[in-house]
Design a protein around this ligand. Structure first.
Ligand SMILES: [Cu+2]
Length: 452
């Protein structure tokens, strides 16, 4: 599958002609409408300290959800997302366009909300999952309520720390070793302009939080029908900004703004003001300041408020799922251990890391769920959570067609804490807290030791 992906990309690149065209990363979409950028705040902060801002958002959503001539502007806006899911070209999931497309979608939706009530100060809010670990009160009542399976979250579902820790470079790197495609760098928001492995961020917390809420939110195409979609994706957008750090940080420079296929792609959005399509180039959404907004920290600008959840390092033990929630492994097998190109050990901090790739994960149509990945020593025989190292969780969001995906995870810490003495590493994929059955087939597992 992945060799195919590489061939496709080269073919498309050839169509554009050789010679990269530089794209200014600071492209502007006209001046921001207000002298100060709009501030997107955490939902609980709006509830407690900024009721006027929350009311503006509620009124605008209520207006867009009203039926006019049998059609709702809200659903027309949501439909834009469905056109980019499970499509032969222009897919915005499992690609590099995951973060920029959703940023543009939030921005276009925010403009529509402003237009709906004729107030350009309407701003989206973000849902920082760990603050409450549940759906905020304001999103449980009309007009922000929606049909959802669950209102509480498990910590392993909003495990953003793993995504932050694994976010080495925005662009993942895939190498071929002994005829086997191996991910040697972990893409934060994707790997390529065509669908490739699922990035850590897109699996968890993105996919797992979608799955937790279920109903429309658990359906990749129609998730934006739920108003909380925009709170969820605003927090992912904020994580992107947090990961980038200060302007022009080294991380920001690793982003593929020089890649024309990435940066010059044009996406269409629904524009309520004209009833027509509004186009946005990916390069136009590189800077939040140019789009006229910024994110406040949770509790920012509030007397006595404490910023929370701002740490971007360290392991969060709460992310390990409760063993009582684990089901029977959906798939397990031995990992191929790639020979390191130079003799390095992962035991020493900063010398090398171990990357696990799981290839050819077949997900049947209309099935989704959150799975946990474990490593275990094969000398003990079959998998048991009590004798295994937890690696991370991956949220696989339901699609209406069967899909094949690959995932890559940093297993350095897991292997340090749980040395595999026999050298035979087993990998298990275990469903977490699922009522409905999910079935998976996997073609193989590989662990690569990558010098740093
Ligand atoms: Cu999406």
């Amino acid at each position: 599958m992945m060799q195919m992906v590489e061939v496709d990309r080269r073919a498309v690149l050839a169509g554009f002609g050789v010679g990269a065209v530089a794209v200014a990363a600071n492209a502007r979409i006209g001046a921001p409408s207000a002298p100060h950028p709009r501030v997107r705040r955490e939902i609980r902060d709006l509830e407690r300290w900024f009721p006027d801002d929350l009311n503006r958002l509620k009124n605008a959503v209520a207006e867009m959800r009203k039926s006019r001539a049998g059609a709702m502007a809200w659903d027309k806006n949501a439909e834009i997302h469905s056109r980019r899911c499970g499509v032969p070209s222009g897919e915005i999931h499992r690609t590099l366009h995951f973060l920029p497309w959703h940023r543009a979608f939030l921005w276009a939706t925010e403009r529509n909300l402003q237009h709906a009530i004729g107030d350009e100060t309407v701003s989206l809010a973000y849902w920082h999952w760990p603050v409450l670990g549940a759906v905020p009160a304001s999103f449980r009542a009309t007009p922000l309520a929606h049909d959802r399976t669950r209102l509480d979250l498990f910590a392993h579902e909003y495990a953003f720390q793993s995504a932050m820790d694994s976010a080495e470079h925005y662009v993942g790197k895939i190498e071929e070793r002994e005829g086997w495609p191996v991910v040697t760098q972990l893409g934060f928001g994707g790997y390529d302009v065509v669908p490739g492995p699922l990035s850590v961020l897109e699996g968890t917390p993105h996919g797992s939080v979608h799955n937790a809420l279920g109903k429309d939110m658990g359906n990749i195409k129609w998730s934006p029908r739920d108003p909380l979609f925009f709170g969820h994706h605003a927090n992912l957008d904020r994580m992107w900004e947090t990961w980038r750090g200060a302007s022009h940080s080294a991380r920001r420079r690793t982003e593929p703004w020089q890649d024309r296929l990435f940066a010059e792609t044009v996406f269409e959005f629904f524009d309520l003001a004209t009833g027509k399509t509004r186009n946005l180039r990916v390069a136009e959404v590189s800077e939040t300041a140019a789009l006229g907004y910024r994110y406040a920290l949770p509790g920012e600008g509030v007397d006595g408020g404490q910023p929370v959840g701002t740490s971007t390092s360290g392991q969060n033990q709460n992310e390990v799922p409760d063993p009582a929630l684990l089901g029977v492994p959906l798939a397990s097998g031995d990992a191929r251990i790639g020979l390191p190109t130079v003799a390095v050990s992962i035991a020493e901090e900063g010398k090398a890391k171990a990357i696990l790739t799981v290839q050819g994960i077949q997900i049947p149509a209309n099935q989704g769920g959150t799975v946990a990945i474990y490593l275990f020593d094969r000398k003990h025989g079959a998998f048991s959570p009590r004798r295994a190292a937890f690696v991370g969780t991956i949220g696989l969001v339901q699609q209406d067609t069967a899909t094949e995906i690959a995932i890559a995870l940093d297993v350095t810490t897991a292997l340090r804490q749980f040395p595999i003495e026999s050298g035979r590493i087993g990998v298990a994929i275990v469903p977490v807290g699922q009522d409905d059955a999910l079935s998976l087939a996997v073609s193989g597992y590989a662990i690569e030791i990558v010098p740093q």
